[in-house]
Design a protein around this ligand. Structure first.
Ligand code: SAM
Length: 246
């Protein structure tokens, strides 16, 4: 069981977003639990203030550390990252973080029992949260969002589908993009001829070995075309190199 606790100033943002597909099934099956918490619960002033002006001047507002530390302390009992219970991680979502990859998602799915997810807003979060409270500062990509909430949805989804049993017995994450260091192969379904675009003949042949070889070749080609950076790092066999040259 993996529990997510999302800390946000916009709890309503999450509405029914976790009530679909694999994440919904994983919740129903008890593989995950998701709690969404309003950060303002941990403010103590009349205006329930969560932000303040930046030291040193400049535009925008910065999220104050006190409510965030108080939230994590109430949820986990820990006053800093060093005191967190075994298996609990505090994830600060930030464009300045390490980029979330399939490898990081798999590591979290394998090792964490509880993920506290902090969503920033404004110009970001007081740096002391990254320094002393977060175990991981994660970005979902090299672009700037207005807030961490969409990133939290992505994190929950990416990690959940890697939990044993989440995808059901009929599917597996091991063939998906990134798991084997390359992208997935192209997929086709009926009709075999759609507006003159025909499905590659080999897929209709029923010849399993040829289909497997075609899929591998197309996966490698697509990776070369769209993500040469991945291919440069992928563990390629002699056969892969031969397929790429075909
Ligand atoms: N001033 C910050 C900067 O330039 O690095 C950007 C802050 S952004 C407008 C507000 C919040 O959105 C961040 O604190 C973070 O929680 C979230 N956010 C924005 N981009 C993100 C990304 N690529 N990955 C994860 N979270 C992101």
């Amino acid at each position: 069981m993996l529990r997510f606790d999302i800390i946000t100033i916009f709890p309503d943002f999450f509405g029914s977003v976790f009530d679909y597909g694999i994440v919904k099934r994983a919740r129903a099956a008890g593989l995950i639990e998701i709690g969404v918490h309003d950060l303002r619960r941990w403010t103590s002033d009349r205006h329930r203030t969560v932000d303040d002006r930046p030291f040193g001047g400049g535009d925008g507002m910065v999220m104050k550390p006190e409510p965030i530390f108080a939230a994590v302390e109430e949820l986990t009992g820990a006053r800093s990252s060093r005191e967190l219970p075994e298996g609990t991680r505090v994830i600060l979502l930030s464009p300045q973080g390490r980029q979330l990859t399939q490898r990081i998602a798999a590591e979290l799915a394998a090792n964490a029992q509880r993920l506290i997810v902090i969503c920033g807003r404004y110009e970001g979060v007081d740096e002391r949260v990254a320094q002393a409270l977060a175990t991981d500062e994660l970005s979902i990509g090299d672009y700037v969002l207005s807030g961490g909430e969409p990133a939290a949805v992505i994190l929950v989804d990416a990690v959940t589908r890697l939990l044993p049993g989440a995808l059901g017995s009929e599917t597996s994450a091991t063939h998906e993009s990134f798991s084997a260091g390359v992208l997935d192969h192209p997929h086709y379904t009926r009709p075999a001829d759609f507006r003159g675009m025909r499905v590659p003949e080999v897929l209709l042949s029923g010849h399993h070995a040829r289909i497997a070889s075609w899929r591998r070749k197309e996966a490698l080609r697509k990776t070369l075309r769209n993500r040469p950076d991945l291919l440069a790092r992928a563990p390629l066999s002699e056969e892969d190199r031969r397929l790429l040259e075909e």
